[in-house]
Design a protein around this ligand. Structure first.
Ligand code: GLN
Length: 396
């Protein structure tokens, strides 16, 4: 029996939700969250905590997330852990695939049951899936396109669902940034959450940073504010001229969903001009991939992607290993990095590129998520590195 045929944990029960893969495989389960159907690419995330941050990371737009950890929802949800800034936009992941049903929340910060929270955000979910088997399938065959469908009465148009899964074009070539980017400029001064204090404000900023929003997460903005930045967030299509006219001490290129090569069509010309200007620049994930494209490297689709909170990465200059949060399905092809773009970080899982810096320029980026949320804080030093580059550049 293949892993996919074995992946309905309770195949004999009446399903109220289905996961239909593009190859026609049908996995039966129980509906949770919103009713309806959602199409996307299925990826697995191995983080054991932080499901709310994961589900609200706009980089997951166009994806259905399988959590490998079986108990998701135990600590409920609250408004402080949401990572999406642009609430009017599509809220990150379209669907969620779980092993176990969601139990009642048990945590002093819990404000809402995950099931009700998913329903309110229009996220469609299924439980009762053998997520170990589904993960094994993804490792063997790569991330499949699929539809997750949930109806209370258990009636499904199976033919229609199979057709939709089969015909969805997939993430390659897809620019999803217009769905998640902010339509207007705004400023950000909220700093990281502290025990017993909550969030405080940055009221004496040292730097003026422009952050280009391809689907930015709140914790990135908070860590920038924590390093002394007053951040002006601008829509993804803002021109280099408009950005440089704001006289930024630094420019930040955010994370985001979809294929970097598709998004890069309008982002790359802007990024080239910004790095030409000598302005310190820092990119994360999609921002890293598009910086790679801007210097002439190529990006490619990965087989199973990296999604989790325990990925070891080695910093090449020091040999130091940091444990990182990751969420990407595309990667910068290291072999295509031009002279002058140095590989600074590498994944110890598969040797893929995890960071670059431009020789002689105050410009660097990483493939992983140093802001974590969720995940370990080993990589917070990169926000300090950005602040140092801006400080040096200002005093030069
Ligand atoms: N987190 C991100 O920014 C993801 C980047 C890109 N969408 C990828 O999947 O590789």
């Amino acid at each position: 029996m293949t892993p996919s045929e074995n992946a309905s944990a309770w195949p004999d029960l009446e399903p109220t939700a289905l996961l239909v893969l593009a190859d026609g495989t049908v996995l039966k389960g129980f509906g949770l969250g919103a009713e309806g159907q959602a199409v996307g690419e299925v990826c697995f995330n191995t983080a054991m905590t932080g499901y709310e941050e994961i589900l609200t990371d706009p980089s997951y737009a166009g994806q259905l997330i399988t959590f490998t950890f079986p108990h998701i929802g135990n600590v409920g949800t609250n408004d402080e852990d949401i990572e999406t800034v642009n609430m009017a936009a599509t809220p990150g992941a379209r669907g969620v695939i779980l092993r176990s049903a969601i139990t009642s929340p048990s945590n002093y910060r819990a404000a809402k049951h995950l099931d009700a929270w998913l329903r309110a955000r229009g996220i469609i979910g299924i439980s009762g899936i053998d997520t170990r088997a589904l993960t094994a399938l993804i490792r063997i065959r790569g991330m499949p396109n699929a539809v997750v469908a949930h109806t209370k009465n258990g009636r499904f148009d199976l033919h229609g669902l199979k057709k939709e899964a089969r015909e969805w074009p997939g993430l390659e070539g897809m620019d999803l940034v217009p769905m998640v980017t902010s339509s207007q400029r705004y400023t950000w001064d909220e700093m990281p959450w502290e025990w017993s204090k909550g969030f405080s404000r940055q009221d004496s900023p040292e730097f003026n940073v422009v952050a280009v929003d391809y689907g930015i997460k709140r914790n990135i903005l908070r860590l920038l504010a924590g390093e002394g930045c007053k951040v002006t967030v601008v829509p993804a299509t803002t021109s280099a001229e408009d950005i440089l006219a704001m006289k930024p001490d630094g420019v930040f290129l955010s994370n985001g969903p979809g294929d970097p090569a598709a998004t890069g069509k309008y982002a790359v010309p802007m990024i080239r001009k910004v790095i030409e200007s000598g302005t310190p620049t820092f990119g994360i994930c999609l921002g890293h991939q598009m910086l790679g494209l801007a210097v002439g490297a190529k990006t490619k689709k990965m087989h199973q992607g990296h999604h989790g909170a325990n990925h070891p990465v080695r910093e090449e200059t020091t040999g130091r290993v940091e444990i990182t949060s990751m969420n990407h399905g595309f990667t910068v092809d290291e072999a295509t990095l031009p002279k002058g773009a140095k590989q600074t970080h590498v994944s110890l899982f598969d040797g893929s590129n995890c960071g670059i810096e431009l020789e002689g320029k105050p410009v660097f980026s990483v493939q992983y998520h140093p802001e974590a949320s969720p995940g370990p804080r080993d990589s917070h030093y990169l926000f300090k590195r950005f602040a140092s580059l801006m400080r040096e550049n200002k005093s030069a």
